[in-house]
Design a protein around this ligand. Structure first.
Ligand SMILES: NC(=O)c1ccc[n+]([C@@H]2O[C@H](COP(=O)([O-])OP(=O)(O)OC[C@H]3O[C@@H](n4cnc5c(N)ncnc54)[C@H](O)[C@@H]3O)[C@@H](O)[C@H]2O)c1
Length: 382
């Protein structure tokens, strides 16, 4: 079933549009107005996607497939660099792209983050379409207009808020994802179950198992529900200023530190799952997560599998340095989003390093040894 979401930004009154479904019509039919005014068109994707989806991309470009320029990025994390950004900008410049040109980003979160940033910069901003092809991209990264590259090994340190004119989440792309790649989306999915309203939580928990087996109906339901929820938050706080949007970062402070410390070996979604587990333990330690909700929250977090954290992730000095790069924390300070109960997130600043260190140690201990982290802690898989 195809669903179209139109969300009007409360500040700018601009409308953000997303279409979710399976085997969707070509982009030229979904957004004829964007193509009518586009002189030049560039499709930015990565090597892996181009190999898999060459024919699909041709179909997707409809009447404008001839003449569309293709720019190929390296797959995954190496796409999110200043070098790749400059190469994409130069590619468009050399081919005479103007302010009326159109950039289409088709790939995982690395492609949509990088190409969205290039669209925001080229001639101070050209239109772009986001076509996320991973599960994580369709429920999160490809939506909402946060774009970025990494800087000095630190995640998303240089970027812009720049909304795509259209986001298209087609479940047909998800058929080629393996179990590991689907699981990589599970971290962000679990996040929605913990930060969203009860109806979203029920939907996530009901469909999670089937989605991880690659069942299309479950994937389509989850993509639509998460896209709807994310876009309604971002329309109320596009620039992440009022706290409405910030809850989407639950688990990301520690998660980004784990992802950076692993040198990119830990997938973003898995890093976020570990980051939420860390935030959960911290919430218990600081008595923010009350005993009545501990079992539910930890049950959701430890039910989902994640690859183990490398030893480097437990180096507290490196961890502490990395968490202080959180964009919402002041210089040299820390800020964590903690959980009071499912659906309620609270920001806490400047937690004492001793508590942060103790919690990092507790994260790698078996249940019985986690003194002070709640009796009801349900972590039988850990
Ligand atoms: N901007 C945001 O709001 C936001 C939110 C969450 C995550 N992110 C970012 O997203 C990035 C992670 O994105 P990701 O997990 O989508 O992965 P990715 O883009 O880093 O890598 C995806 C990999 O899967 C391959 N691939 C893509 N689609 C495929 C398909 N349909 N079938 C088979 N293989 C496919 C690609 O070739 C690539 O190798 C991180 O850099 C993270 O910071 C951004």
């Amino acid at each position: 079933m195809t669903k179209t979401f139109l969300k009007r930004d409360i500040k700018t009154a601009k409308t953000v549009r997303a279409v979710c479904g399976r085997d969707l019509p070509p982009l030229t039919d979904l957004a004829p107005e964007l193509f009518a005014r586009a002189g030049h068109i560039c499709l930015a994707t990565d090597r892996g996607c181009l190999k898999k989806f060459k024919r699909t991309f041709k179909k997707m470009l409809g009447r404008r497939r001839a003449g569309t320029h293709i720019f190929v990025l390296p797959a995954g994390r190496p796409a999110k660099t200043f070098r790749a950004l400059e190469e994409l900008l130069s590619f468009m410049l050399k081919r005479g792209f103007s302010r009326n040109s159109l950039l289409i980003a088709a790939g995982g979160g690395s492609v949509t983050d990088l190409a969205g940033l290039a669209a925001s910069l080229y001639m101070r901003g050209i239109s772009w379409i986001s076509v996320p092809t991973t599960f994580l991209g369709q429920i999160d990264a490809g939506l909402g207009g946060k774009t970025a590259v990494d800087l000095a090994g630190i995640k998303n340190m240089a970027g812009a808020f720049y909304q795509p004119a259209l986001t298209v989440c087609d479940a047909a792309f998800l058929q080629t994802l393996g179990r590991d790649e689907l699981s990589a989306g599970a971290g962000e999915l679990v996040k929605y179950a913990l930060i969203g309203p009860a109806a979203l939580r029920r939907r996530v928990l009901k469909n999670l198992g089937r989605a991880l087996k690659g069942e299309t109906a479950a994937l389509v339901k989850l993509v639509s529900a998460c896209a709807d929820f994310k876009l309604s938050l971002t329309a109320r706080d596009e620039r992440d200023k009022t706290g409405v949007r910030e809850r989407l970062n639950f688990g990301h402070t520690a998660g980004h530190a784990f992802e950076s410390a692993s040198g990119g070996r830990l997938a973003h979604g898995a890093a976020v799952l570990w980051g939420m587990r860390y935030a959960c333990l911290l919430s218990i330690k600081l008595k923010i997560l009350k005993p009545a909700h501990q079992k539910t929250v930890s049950g959701i977090l430890w039910k989902t599998q994640a690859p183990p954290l490398a030893a480097k992730c437990f180096d507290f000095r490196a961890f502490h340095r990395l968490i202080c790069y959180d964009k919402k924390a002041g210089a040299g300070k820390n800020r964590f989003l903690l959980i009071e109960r499912p659906g309620r997130i609270k920001a806490v600043n400047n937690i004492a390093p001793g508590i942060l260190k103790g919690t990092l140690t507790a994260l790698r201990l078996p249940r019985g040894l986690r003194a002070g982290y709640g009796k009801n802690f349900c972590d039988k898989n850990f």
